[in-house]
Design a protein around this ligand. Sequence first.
Ligand code: HEM
Length: 205
Amino acid sequence: MAPRSRHAYLAPAIVTGWLGTLALLGYRIATHRLGANPVATAVNQLGLLGMVLLVASLCATPLKLTLGLTWPLRVRRTLGLLAFFTVLLHFIVYLGADQGWDVIAVLEDVQKRPFISIGCCAFLLLFPLAWTSSKAAVQRLGFALWQRLHRLVYVVAALAALHFYLRVKADHTQPLIYIGVLLAGFAVRVFAARVKGRRRKARLD
Ligand code: HEM
């Protein structure tokens, strides 16, 4: 029997934490403990959780490149999938509780408020990523095509960060922190790719 990985508990622990967070939110909704505007609070908390998971999934590669940590790579897929399901819930609560399942009202909101249209673009782009997140999908598509498709996650993260930035009216500190983390991670990847390219060229010369 293959030895169990030292980090095999990580993904189940993350899923348990996620379920616990959702259960707590459900409990606070059921017991009317979400303040004066419970629908907006629920939408915001789910949006924030989705953002945290999305950014965390994008930190895995920069952490490997800078600190040599490999365990974040083992939970990257779990984090990405949980981000997708959280944003799905964020959208469902917005559609059901905020817009009363009125799709026309949602389309009007998309036209009226740019931060909603940007959120929708990010959300739609998450579908092909979630759909092709399994190992079987990597085999079906071939690694090169799969990798190219999954670069869409940077576009999703940029749109999600912009959605967050535009939604906040006064203090932009929080969205700017997420934007800073995303930019730092992106810079690490670009730098590492350049170093790799230079090394390969030096070997060929
Ligand atoms: C990848 C996709 C998305 C992410 C990561 C995301 C994330 C967020 C975040 C971080 C917030 C602000 C939380 C806060 O201020 O504490 C937010 C607010 C909001 N989002 Fe999204 N969102 C996404 C997609 C969507 C979509 C598709 C819709 C609806 C069509 C939507 C509707 C809203 C609304 C209405 C608010 C403000 C709620 C209020 O204050 O009344 N979001 N979202």
